[in-house]
Design a protein around this ligand. Structure first.
Ligand code: CO
Length: 461
């Protein structure tokens, strides 16, 4: 029997996040939802990551309503979200009561699979979210944030996957957010995992940034990987995933079983081509994000981070300093104990690298997130933080011992009381805890809009 390879479509989440800073509004993809549902994907990655933040911040959309509308239009295919472990969808650790309720509500509103990762690969930061996912009856996909450094070995990754299995993960995702995994590493790592944890379905997630992705997926498939993450062709390539249709074509040619519906994929490609062209026209989609950039093999800058770095420098009129900022990035990473570069560490390291370059002096200014990181609030770092720099940043403050979330007081009930009528549901309370200012503005605008509509209808009557 032919080996089967299944696909996760990323156009609604990671491709959207990596190429156009997550600016795809619901109306722009709504017409394609039933087609995506018919296309035969293992799952559709459509929520979590940066989508929640951007819905509230830029798109004036209720992220929960977006999820419910996707669910209603996609009755057959599994919906998948990306969750940052104890960070949920934010950039710092939350108390456990928030993590638990968030996961429960995500599942109630339509999510089937929660892919859970921690930026430092500290499994202590995954436990609560994994448990909540399993309790809510969804599929917990345990993640390793893939990176290379003197302290990251395949043996350590295999050990982590065994721990994830013990914690109840029913699938494993190797998350290569920077697109730095080459074909040999993919073959060796997938083989090692298949040997150590037989029967565990493995999903490989990579980005086309460096141009390695097609080769990497092929060798991973040869080593027995079960699921790969791809984007429909107009939203593929560059900092996004490789193209769905291309991989389906090549893998079928090689004798693998691929259950995708070609007519549905063609319809999606035709449609998303016009969507992509609109974003090219208004400058949201920059040619640099679409290109192959082998510098990432040195700098390990993930897709989302590269487009953020570009827009950050563009805003400061300092695009000409990009090369310096890219050079500084791995140095900051080394100082910080080689964290994998993924949200939020990617932003923290990226912003710090830009600051170090523009200030003309290293660590002259430090974000409060970097300070918290040095205090130990993000968990155990893969290698120790450079002690001199840590001391300079902490300026006499003592680093934390144990799990940071254990020091945080419950937040859901107090917030519910504080919000009163402004929050109409648990989902509103969760949005507020995640992004207080954005959510409050959203609630007020929602109310004003309704009042306007009411006045208007009376006038009309
Ligand atoms: Co990604």
């Amino acid at each position: 029997m032919a080996q089967k390879v299944q696909f996760v479509e990323t156009v609604l989440r990671d491709a959207n996040q990596s190429l156009i800073a997550t600016r795809l509004p619901f109306e722009k993809f709504e017409p394609m939802l039933s087609t995506i549902d018919e296309a035969g994907y293992y799952s559709i990655e459509c929520w979590g990551g940066a989508t929640f933040d951007v819905c509230l911040r830029y798109l004036n959309e209720d992220p929960w309503e977006r999820l419910r509308k996707i669910r209603a239009a996609v009755p057959n295919t599994k919906l998948q979200m990306l969750l940052r472990g104890q960070n949920v969808l934010g950039y710092a650790h939350y108390p456990d009561d928030f993590v638990k309720l968030f996961v429960k509500k995500a599942v109630e509103n339509g999510i089937d699979i929660i892919r859970i990762f921690d930026a430092l690969n500290d499994v202590n930061n995954l436990k609560v979210a994994m448990e909540a996912t399993i309790n809510a009856g969804a599929i917990a996909s345990g993640c390793i944030s893939y990176t290379t450094s003197p302290v990251h070995t395949h043996a350590k990754y295999v050990q982590m996957i065994k721990e994830l299995k013990e914690m109840g993960a029913s699938t494993i995702c190797i998350k290569d957010m920077a697109g730095i995994m080459g074909p040999k590493e993919a073959y060796d790592l997938v083989s090692a995992i298949k040997d150590a944890v037989p029967g565990m379905p493995i999903d490989l997630h990579t980005h086309s940034t460096t141009g390695l992705a097609f080769m990497t997926y092929l060798k991973a498939v040869e080593a027995g990987v079960d699921i790969i993450d791809t984007a429909i062709s107009p939203f593929s390539g560059g900092t996004s995933q490789p193209a769905t249709e291309t991989l389906a074509y090549a893998l079928r040619q090689l004798g693998y079983e691929v259950d995708l519906n070609d007519a549905a994929c063609k319809k999606m490609a035709d449609y998303f081509k016009t969507v992509r062209d609109d974003f090219i026209k208004d400058g949201t989609l920059m040619p640099k994000s679409m290109a192959t950039d082998t510098q990432c093999l040195t700098y390990q800058v993930p897709g989302g981070m590269l487009s953020n770095l570009l827009s950050q420098l563009k805003q400061m009129n300092a695009l000409d300093r990009l090369d310096e900022a890219l050079l500084e990035t791995p140095r900051v990473r080394e100082d910080m104990g080689y964290p994998p570069l993924v949200t939020p560490t990617s932003q923290m390291v990226g912003v710090q690298a830009v600051r170090n370059v523009l200030d003309g002096q290293r660590y002259k200014t430090v974000s409060k997130e970097i300070k918290a990181y040095c205090r130990g609030e993000y968990g155990t770092t893969p290698a120790p933080i450079n002690p001199e720099i840590r001391e300079k940043i902490l300026a006499g403050e003592k680093p934390l011992e144990g799990r940071y979330a254990d020091t945080l007081a419950p937040v859901v009930e107090p917030t519910r009381e504080k919000l009163g009528d402004l929050a109409r549901s648990d989902e509103d309370v969760l949005s507020y805890i995640a992004f207080p200012n954005l959510a409050e503005k959203f609630f007020e605008e929602r109310k004003a809009k309704e009042e306007n509509v009411a006045t208007y209808s009376i006038v009309e009557a």
